[in-house]
Write a protein that binds this ligand. Structure first.
Ligand SMILES: [Fe+2]
Length: 474
């Protein structure tokens, strides 16, 4: 408790110290060449056994975390789509039946892509599961989240723009040592679209095997980026997000979305909204209508933490992709402030940046102040597009650093958000430095809904009265 208080005090003093003057870290490091790891490297190894399942990944399968959606690929023939699972290793008392599909991309023909929903699971429980046939069967495990509860503690990781380079591997390995339970992925998965013809599909497959050491064991909440669009008319492939949609199912129907590209889930004490920056989002579009309704479903008394994931950052001061989030900002920023979104995570820019709580919603095209101003109801905007893909770092920041920018550095890394209770969460950005995980930017995130002490005290008083009343009745 004392430690926690000291940490909070330290973070507060650091915040006051920094005032409005943001920090531009001069540290940049590209430890490895910015090339994709060759296909014959062991990180892409095909699992042993005829038709063995590969590219295993899991995501949340429902709204509240009692279901898991498991997906994998079998290369030679369909085989079984069932998942055998249970509460102890090697003992699979339950079976769930799934389905499979496949697709072509120019001359590339995908393997058989399976998906299977495990529902009615218990909260906060470790499950073991097995997929595949006979000697080629493979087994893994996962842990379900705690029940949706305002004070449920939970540690999320945030990764963006990962790709499949040596830097990507470094980020993945550092993340896997972080102790986080679920990845909030902010788009741009494999960078397979950097390849041509047949090799696009090949690099989707290699990426699926590359991330499997994490994705087979814990939930990754998926989101798309521009590299998932794959609009490639030169080879007659013009269906947007085709590879992604076949390979990375999401539980969109659970949040009444009509597209796998935007949806939301609740997990522990967080309500997480996933937006698609490259799908229509202006007024009257399906995504706009869905988000308007979904904000009404957010209940901060059940899920105090409101988190938005979108690929393109709204507040970015890097030369790369500067202003690209402006159209999204003009449509959604006012809602983010109105609904007191705690934090917006984005990727796209291959560097790290964190904003102060600012908004720019007073300006309209006729009048008003056109500059962002400090706003206590606004989210913190964090860009974590520094997973480490083959396009390399975005090393040029705009100068001078704008007032909205609190900290920025062009290095590879990932973030963690460790929710403690309804009022506090510890946030860290971890730079990949010489093979070690180094914590660089950290602060205590105060919940925007429960941040007001009056509300908290009122709620505590209410629960004391209710508890007394229920004790009196017993
Ligand atoms: Fe991107």
């Amino acid at each position: 408790m004392l430690l926690h208080l000291l940490f909070s005090l330290f973070a507060f003093v650091t915040f006051i110290d920094s005032g409005n003057a943001g920090v531009t870290s001069s540290f940049t490091r590209g430890e490895f060449p910015t090339v994709d790891i060759p296909l014959d490297n062991e990180v892409f190894a095909v699992p042993k056994g005829y038709n063995a399942p590969q590219q295993v990944h899991i995501t949340q399968g429902d709204y509240d975390g009692k279901a898991v959606l498991i997906s994998w690929v079998t290369p030679d023939k369909p085989g079984t789509s069932e998942v055998r699972y249970g509460l102890s290793e090697g003992k699979y008392e339950f079976t769930a039946k799934g389905s499979f599909t496949n697709y072509t991309f120019y001359t590339y023909k995908s393997g058989y892509i399976h998906k299977c929903l495990l529902n009615g699971l218990q909260y906060d429980t470790k499950y073991y599961y097995e997929i595949g046939d006979g000697d080629s069967a493979r087994s893994f495990w996962f842990e379900t989240p705690p029940k949706v509860d305002p004070d449920a503690s939970y540690k999320f990781g945030i990764i963006g723009d990962l790709g499949q380079t040596y830097d990507s591997l470094s980020t993945l390995q550092h993340y896997m040592n972080s102790g986080a339970k679920t990845v909030l992925f902010v788009g741009d998965l494999s960078y397979a679209d950097r390849y041509k013809y047949h090799n696009v599909g090949v690099r989707w497959d290699s990426w699926g095997r590359f991330v499997e050491p994490s994705t087979a064991y814990q939930t990754w909440i998926w989101n798309t980026g521009n590299h998932e669009i794959e609009y490639m008319p030169y080879m007659d492939e013009v269906t947007m997000f085709k590879s992604y949609l076949y390979r990375y199912p999401t539980p969109y129907q659970a949040s009444k979305s009509t597209s796998p590209l935007w949806y939301s889930i609740r997990r522990a004490s967080a309500h997480i909204i996933v937006l698609s920056a490259y799908s229509p989002f202006v007024k009257y579009t399906p995504q706009w209508k869905w988000l308007r309704e979904e904000f009404k479903n957010v209940d901060r008394k059940k899920t105090p933490w409101l988190i938005v994931l979108m690929h393109v950052p709204i507040y970015n001061s890097n030369v790369a992709h500067f202003m690209e989030g402006e159209s999204l900002r003009s449509v959604f920023e006012a809602w983010f402030v109105e609904h007191k979104v705690d934090v917006v995570f984005a990727g796209h820019v291959h560097a790290y940046e964190r904003s102060y709580r600012v908004s720019n919603i007073r300006f309209n095209i006729s009048s008003g102040d056109p500059y962002p101003v400090p706003d206590k109801s606004a989210p913190v905007y964090i860009t974590v597009g520094d997973g480490g893909n083959q396009e390399g770092l975005a090393v040029r920041f705009r100068d001078p650093q704008p007032d909205y920018s609190a900290f920025r550095e062009a290095s590879y890394g990932h973030s963690t958000l460790e929710i403690q209770n309804r009022t506090h969460a510890l946030y860290h950005w971890n730079r990949n430095d010489d093979g070690k995980k180094v914590k660089i930017d950290s602060f205590v995130l105060h919940n925007l809904y429960w941040g007001s002490r009056r509300k908290l005290n009122k709620n505590r008083l209410r629960s004391v009265i209710l508890n007394k009343a229920s004790t009196a009745q017993q």
